[in-house]
Design a protein. Structure first.
Length: 190
């Protein structure tokens, strides 16, 4: 599976249209989630969906759930369904950028990443986002009997997701900078 995912990323890095579709999917899901988030506040006592609160802690989960209406729950289910696509598209987009830039600026690193199936590493935040989604859904569905363990797991998954997202984004920025510097170097050494 890892090899197939790696090959998919590489194929996307060769196709402008596939990359444009990833970017459009990423931007579209982000925008829909933002719109739902704003609407959600009307039915949740002024809170955004948990996924949009980066400093969320267990106490806040309990306090906010007490204000959720049935319609807030419905909006959250829709939000969560979209949030299973958003992080996947984001990770694929970052991995595709890295594959493209490495292929053109550092072929030796590209070949190594290709042979070792390393491009999917940039999708690790996706796994933690999905875990966050599942644990938060379990918390909402079982409310008010929500187990403390589900809430704790959700908050922990959120923090790991944020950390791994920062690493994946930072790695992509470094690859882009390397590619730019390598391109500039080639211009001046001709």
């Amino acid at each position: 599976m890892l090899e197939s995912l790696n090959q998919f990323i590489v194929r996307c890095s060769f196709s402008v249209w596939k990359f444009v579709m990833l970017v459009a999917g990423f931007a579209g899901t982000l925008r829909v989630m933002q719109l739902i988030g704003e609407r959600f506040k009307e039915y949740s006592g002024g809170s955004l969906p948990f996924d949009l609160q980066n400093s969320l802690n267990s106490e806040q989960v309990y306090a906010q759930l007490a204000n959720y209406t049935d319609y807030a729950n419905t909006l959250y289910y829709i939000f969560s369904a979209i949030d299973f696509f958003f992080p996947l598209l984001a990770g694929l987009m970052l991995a595709t950028i890295c594959a493209f830039v490495l292929r053109h600026s550092a072929p030796q690193f590209y070949e190594s990443a290709l042979q070792r199936n390393l491009f999917p590493i940039l999708l690790i935040p996706t796994l933690f986002d999905w875990l966050e989604n599942l644990t938060l859904l379990a918390t909402i569905i079982t409310w008010p009997e929500s187990p403390d363990s589900a809430i704790t797991a959700a908050v922990l998954a959120k923090q790991v997701k944020l950390g791994t997202t920062a690493l994946a984004t930072g790695a992509t920025v470094l690859v882009i900078l390397y590619g730019m510097l390598n391109g500039i170097k080639k211009l001046f050494t001709r």
